[in-house]
Design a binder for this molecule. Structure first.
Ligand code: FAD
Length: 286
């Protein structure tokens, strides 16, 4: 099924992200975790793509396993900033050959050294995909606190609108830990005339070590109650995991209670965390 059709059904959706770890040679282990997560019956699952394309075959293989063996629709990520047109076309052919209908089209983080590439921004990739096969359903990334490279939030929204006009069917947000930031972003996006569904991205932080990296990667601001949680439970593995699942679940409940329909959880390939969240909100999703 196309993700856009799933988002337009009028019901609340909960979806999960998994990532093929570029350091892990053990494809089977990641694929098994992804399949365990798929058995929780999320609305769909996304599979990330290494910015340099090094794990591209893993993305396709894991997406195919989830879709064919577990019957869950998939959204395969694709980045372009370190890619040539030839590589992009090769990937699109591979998606088609493996029954993948949904693509999260991304720029990717800028590489540290110059590499051959034919794209500067995600919007160029989106145009390319639409020209290649208009039947692909395309998602794009958005940043409630502004992309770290953007001069300001207005400029970021301006380019986000251009990206949607290039052919984005829906958007998924970067993680955020304070829902008011998302509500504010949603208001600004709608005011700018961005009308596509916007899926809220939630990252459960269940280990103290994740905090620094998550904040660095996303540039997200963090409310003091989040820091209190990490300060209090961070050194107790089980308590931190439970607290992180509850924090993310509370964010999700608040979003749904305020009319947000679509939530995407960054599971970090952790079936326990995905299951904890699913259990906490399963009645709310009905
Ligand atoms: P763009 O949309 O190109 O935007 C990047 C910056 O350029 C922004 O500041 C924007 O305002 C600006 N901009 C956009 N268009 C123009 C223009 N025409 N002229 C001038 N400026 C412009 N990374 C991975 O490597 N693999 C993944 O699988 C992955 N999945 C992700 C999923 C989600 C939901 C999110 C939020 C991010 C993901 N990322 C992933 C990270 C992403 O690749 C980086 O955040 C990257 O730096 C930006 O990608 P983008 O697609 O948002 O870029």
């Amino acid at each position: 099924m196309k993700i856009i059709d799933c988002l337009n059904q009028g019901k609340v959706t909960l979806s999960f992200e998994v990532f093929p770890n570029k350091y892990s040679k053990n494809f089977e282990a990641v694929a098994n975790k992804a399949k365990e997560i798929a058995r929780l019956h999320p609305e769909f699952m996304s599979v990330t793509y290494g910015a340099g394309g090094g794990t591209s075959q893993y993305t396709v293989n894991i997406a195919k396993e989830i879709q064919e063996k577990e019957g869950v629709d998939v959204l395969a990520h694709l980045t372009c900033v370190s890619s040539t047109k030839e590589k992009v076309h090769e990937m699109l052919e591979s998606f088609e050959a493996n029954g993948i209908k949904n693509i999260m089209a991304l720029r990717g983080d800028l590489p540290e050294t110059e590499v051959p590439h034919d794209y500067e921004h995600a919007s160029e990739l989106i145009k390319e995909i639409k020209e290649y096969n208009p039947e692909f359903c395309i998602g794009g990334a958005c940043y409630p606190e502004g992309h770290p490279e953007a001069k300001n939030k207005d400029e970021d929204i301006y380019y986000l609108k251009k990206k949607v006009e290039a052919g984005c069917d829906f958007l998924t947000t970067q993680m955020f830990f304070d829902n008011s930031i998302f509500y504010n972003f949603l208001y600004r996006a709608r005011e700018a005339g961005i009308e596509v569904p916007i899926v809220a991205g939630i990252m459960p932080i269940t280990r103290k070590e994740q905090v620094k990296r998550a904040i660095q990667l996303s540039g997200s601001s963090v409310p003091s109650r989040f820091f209190s949680m990490v300060d209090t439970f961070g050194d107790n593995e089980k308590a931190m995991k439970q607290a992180g699942i509850i924090y993310a679940s509370e964010q999700i409940i608040d979003l749904i209670a305020n009319g947000v329909k679509h939530i995407h959880v960054y599971t970090m390939n952790n079936p326990d965390v995905a299951e904890g969240i699913m259990n906490n909100v399963s009645e709310i999703l009905k």
